[in-house]
Design a protein around this ligand. Structure first.
Ligand code: MG
Ligand code: MG
Length: 613
């Protein structure tokens, strides 16, 4: 199918929007009229620019408030249409979108609407054009697609057909069964948009919160499949009004948009899809932490107390491998921009297949500067700037894996493990404008499933948090983003690595014996915990002593603790997860964030936004 995107989806002047669409591999665009009106380029110049970029202009939109009006108004509307047809000739576009009227003068008369739309279609036909009639969800008299279809049927004009817009159909929960009765030659255009479930006025919902397919809750695969089953052969075209996307980099957004269509097609095609399937992930091979002058000693100190030892050093880079059991962390002293999670590496049975899928989904392949004889690790860049590696780690070492890039260091006198068994989850702070994009990226590229979003209150503002996990729970990522961009404080950019253990009391005691105090939890928290749960007094005393947090769940107690924040950016969590529990102790997150704030009162609340450098 051809992929198109409406210019309204992207930020920037019209020529930037066109360039972004072409750069992401779209075959065409819908020209959103205000984008043209505000452009210094003539329609002919826009057409020429689109041609140069290999873009078809597939739709001119929207033409508003046309039908079911008094005769005098109709004459004026037809004159307005003639002027737009001249623009369409210059733009070299043959289909105009007419959305159902919201004009207070329009009357509730289907026969009149049909007759007037037929007159518009007559005029369009004289130019060789077509009219695609769309029921706006908030249209004055026509606000459901099946109603628009009855009007189009009654008009019975070859130049008049329907535009189906998934938002208008699915937001009103109109039955989809009428789609099965629409003739293919009357399906002139298909616009796709998803949206989160929100209880609000449908116009506001549409204008501000639409998102790309797969980023909301609409059953878009089912909807699109029904339209395709009728024989629709026009483009799949995205029309998304979104406050955040309009503020984001158009090239990145266009890539995100195109990825959403590739994922949708894969969902529709199922096994017939040509997309390389997601390979099974077996956990994390390593996590790479950047360390700078301000964070190296703290990071090493915390790792040591957590029971990790440096076991190897990279042969050619300033990278140290720290390990406990099979948990491997790389400390990279050469990574920009200093402290923070620079890379995650997932363990896969077939890293090549992972990389091929990532590439097919438009993930940027990273160029790794390799020394002679070093392992060729496939890596792609995530929207938040994190590198994602795909690898297979042999259990023996050295061997022909990424581990063979490392030289063992001399034993430094036996660090005793503390019972850390694995990486439970990794929490990544997302730039304000990359949240939906990141969720779709990790979901599609790594084959992870998104869980529901939760909103958490930090002293510096609200944080939205969403986990994406694989089906075995071996790969869990938590994506966090400040709800409002410009007020994003440093605190809202924190990342963490959560390490799992089987006996958190023993682990916490071992850490404390090595001099590491966890993040201090206020007594009020424990008073409340005791009020809510009839806690065993000895359990309560241990929680207080060790600064442990508890979430009592149907699966058992989820217990966790945090280390101090390193260089205002990154910290560790230790968790004891009861079998079957799929959460992250979200109820405790505000307490944690307040405690972090209390521990660093001199750090600015409002700092630079979390954008990538
Ligand atoms: Mg539309
Ligand atoms: Mg966590």
């Amino acid at each position: 199918m051809r992929h198109c995107i409406a210019t309204v989806c992207l930020s920037g002047p019209l020529e930037d929007k066109l360039a972004a669409a072409a750069g992401a591999g779209f075959g065409g665009v819908e020209i959103f009229e205000p984008d043209l009106i505000g452009s210094p380029l003539s329609p002919a110049a826009v057409a020429a620019r689109a041609r140069e970029l290999g873009l078809e202009i597939a739709l001119y939109q929207p033409f508003r408030d046309f039908e079911a009006v008094p005769e005098e108004r109709l004459r004026r509307n037809l004159r307005r249409a003639e002027a737009k047809f001249e623009v369409m000739h210059e733009l070299d576009v043959s289909t105009m979108l007419v959305c159902s009227s919201v004009d207070p003068e329009a009357v509730d008369d289907d026969a009149l609407a049909s007759e007037q739309l037929a007159r518009l279609a007559d005029a369009a036909e004289r130019h060789g054009f077509r009219i695609a009639y769309e029921a706006l969800a908030w249209g004055r008299h026509v606000n459901e697609y099946d109603h628009a279809w009855r009007i189009v049927q009654a008009a019975d004009h070859p130049a008049l057909g329907l535009c189906l817009d998934s938002f208008h159909v699915l937001s009103r929960r109109t039955s989809l069964s009428t789609i099965d009765a629409i003739d293919a030659e009357k399906l002139f255009f298909l616009q796709l948009a998803d949206a989160p479930r929100l209880g609000m006025d449908v116009l506001q919902w549409s204008r501000h919160y639409r998102c790309f397919p797969g980023q909301g809750v609409f059953p878009l695969a089912d909807f699109t499949r029904r339209v395709l089953d009728r024989g629709y052969s026009g483009p799949l075209s995205l029309e998304v009004f979104n406050d955040v996307f309009r503020q984001a980099d158009p090239d990145r957004m266009a890539t995100d948009a195109r990825r959403s269509l590739l994922v949708l097609e894969e969902e529709i095609d199922g096994l017939r899809s040509s997309m390389p399937p997601a390979a099974r992930l077996l956990g994390y091979a390593f996590v790479e932490l950047g360390v700078g002058p301000a964070s190296a000693a703290d990071t090493q100190g915390q790792l040591h107390a957590l029971g990790f030892a440096q076991v190897a050093a990279h042969r050619s880079k300033p990278v140290a491998l720290w390990q406990q059991n099979d948990v491997r962390l790389l400390l990279n002293a050469g990574a920009a921009p200093g402290a923070g999670i620079a890379a995650i590496a997932v363990e896969s049975a077939d890293p090549g297949a992972c990389a091929r899928r990532a590439q097919a989904l438009l993930a940027p392949v990273l160029d790794r500067s390799r020394g002679p004889g070093e392992a060729d690790l496939a890596a792609v860049g995530a929207p938040d700037g994190t590198s994602v590696f795909f690898c297979t780690t042999a259990s023996r070492w050295p061997s022909d894996t990424w581990l063979s890039d490392f030289e063992p260091v001399l034993a430094t006198g036996g660090v005793k493990p503390t019972g850390i068994r694995g990486i439970d989850h990794i929490a990544l702070a997302q730039p304000f404008d990359a949240f939906d994009e990141a969720a779709l990226f990790y979901r599609s590229v790594l084959g992870l499933s998104p869980l529901d979003s939760v909103e958490l209150a930090a002293p510096a503002g609200l944080v939205r948090s969403r986990a994406v996990v694989n089906d075995t729970g071996e790969v869990r990522l938590v994506l966090n983003v400040p709800l409002l961009g410009d007020s994003a404080g440093e605190q809202l950019r924190l990342q963490h690595i959560a390490l799992s253990c089987e006996d958190i009391f023993a682990t916490a005691r071992a850490m404390q014996a090595r001099g590491l105090r966890p993040l201090a939890v206020p007594a009020n928290y424990y008073d409340d915990l005791e009020a809510r749960h009839a806690l065993d007094p000895s359990l309560s005393a241990s929680l207080r002593e060790l600064d442990l947090l508890l979430e009592r769940t149907d699966c058992g107690d989820f217990l966790h603790l945090y280390t101090a924040t390193i260089d205002g950016r990154v910290f560790f969590e230790v968790v004891q997860r009861p079998p079957g529990y799929t959460g992250y102790g979200a109820a405790n997150a505000p307490v944690r964030m307040a405690a972090q704030r209390a521990a660093a009162p001199d750090r600015p609340l409002a700092a630079t936004n979390g954008r990538r450098e």
